[in-house]
Design a protein around this ligand. Sequence first.
Ligand code: IVH
Length: 659
Amino acid sequence: MEEIKAELEELREEINRHDYYYFVLDKPKISDREYDKMMQRLVELEEEYPELITPNSPTQRVGGEAIDEFAKVEHRYPMLSLAKSFSQEELRDFDNRIKKIDENIEYVVELKIDGLSASLIYEGGKLTQAATRGNGTIGEDISHNIRTLKSIPLRLQEEIDLEVRGEVYFPKDKFIEFNKERENLGEDLFANPRNAAAGSMRQLDPKVAATRPLDIFIYDSPNIEGKSFEKHSYRLDYLEELGFKVNPQRKKCKDIDQVIDYCEYWTDHREELNYEIDGIVIKVDKLALRNDLGRTAKHPRWAIAYKFPAQQKETKVKDIEITVGRTGALTPTAILEPVLLDGSMVGRATLHNQDEIERKGVRIGDKVIIQKAGDIIPQVVKVLKDKRSGGEKKFSIPKQCPVCGAEAVRLDGEVVISCTGGACPAKLKEEIIHFVQRNAMNIEGVGPALIEQLLENKLISDIGDLYSLKKEELMNLDRMGEKSSQNVLDALKRSKDNSLAQVLFGLGIRHVGSRVAQVLAQNYDSIDKVAQAGEEELGEINEIGPKIAQSIVSYFSQEQNLKIIKKLKEAGVNLEPESLELSNTLEGKKFVVTGTLEEFTRKDAKEAITKLGGRVTSSVSKNTDYVVVGENPGSKYEKAQELGIEILDEKGFRDIIDS
Ligand code: IVH
């Protein structure tokens, strides 16, 4: 047996070493065949002697079963974000602020990897937990998925406690292959490598993450037990020695000019990297100075992100398409030859309105330069008129709605041209999409494709009709089986309990966004009262100006809209605000639940706590207020005793919840 143990240990060490050469250093030392042979031997031995399997054996990267839900993890040190800068001037301002405290400045500049940040905890040299950033204070436990990344050591050479932070990313070449495969399988494509990385980490089943070629760069460590460093750069070097993958492009700079050179270099060369970067991070190197500089609520004062100017690409306008929006506006969109722009494939760019088309002189067939406005919406910057061949076609927005054929008019003083058709299906489709969206009624399973079918088959003629859909009707539609039909009905049923604010927002009243909807729900005790209010009365409410008031009154004065409200009411949709007396007796209190409770599942207990304003965390710390202990509690119970935290049995817990 001792011999077997020794062989197992040796195999694991060898495999770990070769994982490191291959995945961290990118310099394999043995052939794939030799590697596979070792792995095969390890698997065989572990199958024969399952009692000798260790959780951090290389065979256990895809360990265990899928999880039911993501546990919340409270970060030991908050995961802050970075202040942004967009120009050299802003970088110089940052430098001047730092120099007020220390003249002898030293910076480390790093690439800002565009992925998903993760915190990894090692205890005694073993990876014990990994979490997403979440809101910076509380993230989600993604240990099961993180373990599948081969460049992450499951066991370190030294038996130390530490926390590292890094960015999980999807390499560009692998992303293109991956999307191609998905396309062949008829699956939805990911817009960019970052979404693909985030989507992979959000899988409940680690077997899925294991098939994704994800990687990580470690960029920081808030704590390495028993070690202290004078500089961030030394700490990164140490992490690299421990076997972590640290980005090799990091560089020390003696002054801000060197920092600016680095930023300029990577603005021009970012395309050459096999991963997406969305900027540069500039960090003060001396850790003592970082302490002196401190932080604001959100950002450290010792670091700043430099964001690249929006990328510009040349492409061709293949066509101009008109879409009819929820308000009836006819909006022209340029259909482009697809290009990769700032990390996502772009095939469309908005042209806003006729004035914009004329101002920019866009014609069908033109070569144009595009970029993303505010990092998100692609737009045409300019037309390359020199590249015209003569075959380009001018375009004008039609005088008739392309969807319903009604007259399209341009109202005085407005730039948009709008469809006048009262029952235009395009408007209706957009209205319904708006109604079902997540921050309105959040009706899962009702997407644009289903809405189109519902309209085509005349199963609905307004949002109120959604609630009288029948299972057989749904099952008769394309790609709707019994299960998906039932899911839609269940989602509709659940939505009846939504708040009044969600309904008011979902109705799509012009100028009533989710904030205004909330304000209305706080000021009126039913939708009928909102409907009866006059402009003057509404205008007296803080945050509701005359334009909004006018729009609300005009909405509720139309017969067809009152019919919708009637249908919602008859279907049993909640049209009254929740009681304002929601109790917050557990506001700010932190709970940990361990062991099995008789009357509550974990989910119920958590719900009961959060409803009263409390929070549930997964590990016990000195900040925990209560530990709820059921049958067969785990080590959390001992830890709570050790730290002197108030322990509640099920009855005690019930008393607190009921009090
Ligand atoms: S340092 C106190 N370094 O950018 C902030 N962040 O806005 C410490 N990121 O959430 C972050 N590459 O996800 C740092 N080399 C790098 C980074 C990096 C990417 C991300 C990280 C963080 C966000 C900050």
